[in-house]
Design a protein around this ligand. Structure first.
Ligand SMILES: C[S@@+](CC[C@H](N)C(=O)[O-])C[C@H]1O[C@@H](n2cnc3c(N)ncnc32)[C@H](O)[C@@H]1O
Length: 451
């Protein structure tokens, strides 16, 4: 029988050895192991917690082992990371965590490693997390490196997040943001507008008018029972889709396009909004496998949403549209809570490549707008190169032909209760959502209108 710890270990190993995504692999492994709901929750906490805080644990393990983490045999290091997480951040009894870790290390690397694994784990149990942090932070060479160890974010990500907060004069919120990135997000759901009701016993979200959280029970069961009209979706994604559909009153017969649609969460909201307001929606997704997810996502909405499988840069110009969503491929630095390993995988060199593609997708969308049409440029990254930088470049390209709408005012008008969206120091209308401030992914929303 496979235990919760073994499932967590296998997923953590697969993330390292085969670039697996924990959020996709873990649910499959939980089913395969036949874990009870309690053990499934434990496996999830252990996997996500260990992967998120890996940088911190590596510094602690290195100190306890007296050698850099990179010099430890990787399968053994994975076991120690999982062990450190249990000892320092969960209520798993220390002796159980030590024994299990030594056993995992033995299975991975043989008997000869048990003495080492045992010694490192015992040393880790000698201090609590706060004492370890004080000790390992003392070795940092800069303030950013200290933050990097304490909050388990790479230094370049910390700098990018600080700059994005400073762009709205809120750099003092950096610690809150980094802490929020390390907490498990609550499961938020959406009832597609006009097609499903928010359950009476649910807690409504305070910003999105179509969002809620279940008081208890299984979200998947609610989704299935609704025939796809209730979906799991971050509240920020709900606001981003509504910012486009509700920016201006909808005229009958408007044509809408979702240019980078998969897996289709925002497509489903747009499809429901289009259906309710007499507009027609088309969707597009480059990856055929992911385009299938988009088709599934709109299955619960009456009417047809054709889904093409093309490069958005050439697809956009095949029509004239009144509203286009460009929810562009991005670094995902705004969704670190959800994808625990991603912060360690992304590199600064991903940014220029992605921002070049983002600018091309946005330019193609602007080109395809009918007069008066609007494009919502959305990223689940707050990195300024992917947000303000891309928009500034496209504004230069289309000078005199596009105007920026006040996305902050639109999001505020959609929001159920007052929402804290400070002005951007660049004077733009961009709305930036944050995990620590809004409880959402860090979505950036810009609205551009063709004049
Ligand atoms: C951020 S995701 C979109 C999320 C989606 N809007 C949702 O809410 O579920 C970006 C998508 O763009 C797709 N993509 C990447 N390059 C593309 C391109 N050149 N043209 C169209 N889609 C692209 C990716 O496969 C990915 O599915």
């Amino acid at each position: 029988m496979t235990t919760a710890r073994e499932v967590a270990y296998d997923v953590i190993s697969a993330v390292r050895t085969s670039d697996a995504y924990a959020n996709l692999l873990l649910p499959r492994e939980i089913v395969r192991a036949g874990l009870t709901p309690g053990d499934a929750a434990l496996a999830t906490e252990l996997t996500y917690g260990t992967l998120r805080r890996m940088g911190t644990y590596d510094a602690i393990i290195a100190s306890a082992a007296g050698r850099p983490a990179v010099e430890i045999d990787p399968p053994v290091l994975d076991a120690l990371r999982l062990g450190a997480h249990q000892v320092l951040a969960t209520r798993v009894p220390a002796h159980a965590a030590v024994n299990e870790t030594v056993e995992l290390a033995r299975q991975a690397a043989g008997r000869k490693i048990t003495g080492f694994a045992n010694a490192v784990m015992r040393r880790i149990t000698e201090r609590d997390e706060a004492a370890w942090l004080t000790r390992v932070e003392g070795k940092a060479r800069s303030d950013d490196e200290r933050l990097s160890i304490r909050f388990a974010h790479p230094v370049w990500v910390i700098r990018a997040l600080r700059r994005a907060l400073a762009a709205e004069d809120r750099a003092d919120e950096l610690h809150d943001l980094l802490a929020a990135d390390n907490a498990a997000p609550q499961v938020t759901m959406t009832a597609l507008p006009g097609l499903a009701e928010i359950p009476a016993d649910a807690v409504r979200t305070t910003q999105s008018p179509i969002g809620f959280r279940l008081g208890g029970g299984d979200p998947e069961r609610t989704v299935t029972a609704s025939a796809g009209r209730i979906r799991v979706q971050d509240e920020g994604s709900q606001l981003a889709a509504l910012a486009l559909s509700r920016a201006l009153p909808v005229r009958d017969g408007e044509r809408w396009l979702d240019l980078c649609a998969a897996p289709g969460g925002k497509t489903a909201v747009l499809a429901a909004e289009a259906h309710a307001n007499g507009a027609v929606l088309e969707a597009n997704e480059l990856s055929p496998a992911r385009a299938r997810l988009v088709r599934q996502s709109v299955a619960g909405v009456p009417g047809e949403v054709p889904v093409s499988e093309e490069d958005g840069r050439s697809r956009a110009g095949k029509g004239r549209y009144d509203r286009i969503l460009v929810d562009a491929p991005c670094t995902g630095l705004g969704a670190l809570r959800r994808r625990p390993e991603s912060r360690w995988r992304k590199t600064p060199s991903d940014v220029p490549e992605l921002s070049a593609l983002q600018a091309e997708l946005l330019a193609a969308a602007v080109e395809a707008l009918a007069p008066g049409g609007i494009v919502a440029y959305v990223t689940c990254s707050p990195h300024l190169a992917e947000t303000a930088g891309v928009v500034a470049e496209v504004e230069r390209q289309f000078e005199g032909r596009i105007a920026q709408l006040d996305a902050r005012a639109v999001v505020a008008s959609v929001s159920v209760s007052p929402i804290d969206l400070p002005a951007q120091t660049d004077g733009s209308g961009r709305a930036q959502l944050w995990p620590h401030r809004h409880g959402t992914d860090a979505m950036s929303i810009t609205l551009l209108q063709r004049t």
